[in-house]
Ligand binder design. Structure first.
Ligand SMILES: [Zn+2]
Length: 385
């Protein structure tokens, strides 16, 4: 393939990445990061692997610009979710391209295709000696699908310092996403006192107390913020466990709750409201004893569509797609939940592939979409006004 067409080798790089199994857990992202680094070096870029525990690593590199604008950062994750139990039509790590020009594999959409398109875009600029107005950072992270461990390590290392815009290649069908929900994963435990089931007044029923708690939680004010793109915050009870046999009053019950927030909802405020609710239940229900623990904390992300980064992305996509992109919000979270909060950093999500195929059996992406994405990531650094 030609070396000068924007991102012309994105298919080759995507296939190489798909052949490495980076199912998380455990991740094994280092091998994929090494492939991406070798590709970058071939294009004259230099970069660093940042090892994490257990065969894992982030990759960070910078294409130097003219220093006339703040740097932007391209970011994508190297890990993928497990395969699930259903049989795949084509093997998930063979990276086969079918007769219709569709590339199959776990990660084709979420998000090795987008990751490869970003790197191919930067590589095209490097190979052609094109210096954009500002530096372009490329960060490939480990761990996004479980706990954003790689993004946390990158943030703690200070890689975001001085960066003026963040672009994440989650699959959006090359539409533009400027907001996503946050998540607060909570585990509640109620403690009671066991008694014979025929004499419930002798005990304290931990399940009854949990149902009272969950009923109150579903009615709790989570911040009253309604986002124009995302709507309001939500809660969903994911698991509940309690009791052992029918004729013993249960002395313990646990429940996991998935709380999704929107920009403007402060997780610390939500937690203090939940604690007040538990205190209140403790003062009204005899024997009520409950605790809450945070098992995951990912902030919501939102960017004003009037930001220059959004406008530049919109203009480039209009040229690539032949029409203006849709601008929307999504309910899942991304590495931006770790990289963006508190910084006010303008952030957009844009990548190839149907988001409905993410995490699904038979995940696949059209090769044309990879090419268009690489073109977008080549042109975006040149288009920021
Ligand atoms: Zn993803």
């Amino acid at each position: 393939m030609s070396d000068t067409r924007p991102g012309s080798d994105v298919l080759h790089l995507t296939r190489e990445l798909l052949r490495i199994d980076t199912t998380n857990p455990p991740g094994n992202e280092r091998e994929a990061a090494e492939i991406a680094l070798a590709y970058a070096r071939n294009s004259g870029l230099t970069g660093d692997l940042h090892p994490l525990d257990g065969g894992r690593a982030n990759l960070h590199l910078v294409l130097r610009g003219k220093g006339e604008q703040e740097p932007i950062m391209y970011c994508g994750h190297l890990d993928t979710v497990p395969l699930g139990t259903a049989r795949w039509t084509r093997p998930p790590h063979a990276a086969e391209v079918d007769e219709d020009g569709v590339l199959w594999g776990r990660g084709a959409v979420d998000m090795k295709g987008g990751l490869a398109a970003m790197l191919a875009g930067i590589a095209t600029l490097a190979r052609t000696g094109t210096r954009p107005p500002g530096d372009v950072h490329f960060l490939a992270t480990a761990g996004e699908e479980v706990d954003c461990a790689g993004a946390r390590a990158a943030r703690d290392r200070g890689l975001l310092e001085g960066v003026g815009g963040l672009v994440i290649a989650e699959p959006t069908d090359l539409e533009l996403v400027v907001a996503h929900k946050g998540a607060l994963f909570l585990e509640f435990v109620t403690h009671g006192r066991a008694a014979h089931g025929s004499m419930p007044d002798q005990g304290v029923n931990a399940i009854t107390h949990m149902t009272a708690l969950l009923a109150r939680l579903s009615a709790l004010d989570l911040g009253s913020v309604t986002d124009p793109l995302l709507g309001g915050a939500t809660t969903s009870v994911g698991t509940i466990r309690g009791g052992s046999v029918v004729n013993i009053v249960p002395d313990r019950c646990s429940a996991q709750v998935d709380l999704r927030s929107v920009p403007g909802v402060d997780h610390a405020v939500v937690l203090s409201r939940i604690q007040s609710m538990l205190d209140e239940l403790g003062s009204t229900l005899p024997g009520f004893d409950a605790k809450v623990a945070v098992t995951g904390d990912y902030a919501a992300v939102g960017t004003d569509p009037g930001e220059p980064l959004v406008q530049a992305a919109r203009d480039v996509l209009e040229g690539v797609l032949g029409r203006p992109p849709r601008i929307s919000g999504v309910s899942y979270f991304s590495d931006a939940s770790v990289l963006q909060p508190g910084t006010g950093l303008p952030t957009v999500l844009c990548g190839p592939g149907d988001p409905n195929l993410a995490h699904q059996t038979d995940e696949r992406v059209h090769v044309d979409a990879l090419d268009r994405a690489a073109e977008f990531f080549t042109l975006l650094p040149l288009a920021r006004g």
